[in-house]
Design a protein around this ligand. Sequence first.
Ligand code: GBH
Length: 446
Amino acid sequence: MTLTRKDFPDHFIFGVATSSYQIEGAAHEGGRGPSIWDTFCREPGRILDGSNGDVACDHYHRWPADLDLIRGLGAQAYRFSIAWPRIQPDGKGAINPAGLDFYERLVDGMLERGLQPYATLYHWDLPQTLQDVGGWANRDTAYRFAEYARVVAERLGERVKSYATLNEPWCSSLLSYEIGEHAPGLRDRRLALAAAHHLMLGHGEAIAAMRDVVPSTGLGIVLNLQPAYPASDRPEDVAAARFADGYFNRWFLDPIFRAEYPADMWEAYGENVPEVQDGDLARIAQPIDFLGVNYYSRSVNGASGNVKPAESSYTHMGWEVYPQGLTDLLVRLKDDYTLPPIYITENGAAYPDRLSGQEVHDPERVRYFQQHLGAVAEAVRQGVSVDGYFAWSLMDNFEWAHGYDKRFGLVYVDYATQQRTLKDSARWYQGLLTGQPEGQLVSGDD
Ligand code: GBH
């Protein structure tokens, strides 16, 4: 079955996504202060290939050509993130004009090319100075974040079509303070749950701080949501799936959309639950204009750990390819919550791509996008209000703890030369977005 633009509503937006630390480089230029990822990358053993984001895709210098590339794909929108340490090198106080200038040029560059700017204010690059006083485990960081958000909104204003406060607070809290895989690399559940609470509080404070500044711009948040399935009907497995759903999804969805923490998880976390002050939940749950959903895979939960279905295929990250999970997730969100419109703010897959001549054949990624876009179209048919889709990612980039070894791009990056090459998946996406029959653009026998 061939997927076309017509399988989506007319107003549906197609775009591509990136984030600042993963692509910009220029870590010591333009008055940028150090972030927790600069620090983390320098700790031995944290990044699998020992790399860092000092240069990355050199997007800080190559942004005009990169915007041309996005335009050339036929995208209508570009989701990017703003590096807090470029705006406030110390995370508070003094503003760095060169940082605001950079993002202003970038946003104006998008508008000149007919691309709608979708900004994310926090994609994990916290100013190191704030980490020195506890980072997100310190309640004060929530207020510092709101101040930074207001500074950005005052300068970029309504030229930006949409501001997301946070990208994936689960990653900035649990993955970073409990699992220790992301900066700052701690292993403490109590601190992680404090961080999660302060992230959500910071989200609410930032929304409040920006509302009057940019009244007609859409404001929201991006969550990584991962539907949890039980490995069997056995009650232990069903309970394990329920816990995983609480851990990844409901811990963030319920405060934001119901003004409460899920009771079962609150109980399970026991003495590690965060300190919640009067008014916090009302602040966190104030109305927003969209929910951004990042979807990569599902989890299959058994009483004694996660299960990897043998019949499934897996990406280079080891994540199961499970497009049905995206339809199930979206329908479930509609059934369980009262939500604003949804954007799929990230979806994509890593594969071990190789350059052959001027081409990169990535049939698995083409298939991944076809199947997941089909899953979104199916959810729309079932009545879920989804307003757009952003492919992760525009180009190969710094994949956090995995360094440069994992490639998520539609566009291949040769890091030695910074040469960009469209992969077959980019040509396929271009075909979908510009209304050309996909088959003619895809090479290979997939
Ligand atoms: C996104 O994170 C990021 O926003 C983006 O910067 C990044 O490059 C991209 O994805 C690709 O990684 O069940 O414990 O194995 C995705 C993070 C990935 C978090 C899947 C949860 C499964 C956790 N998510 N992950 S586990």
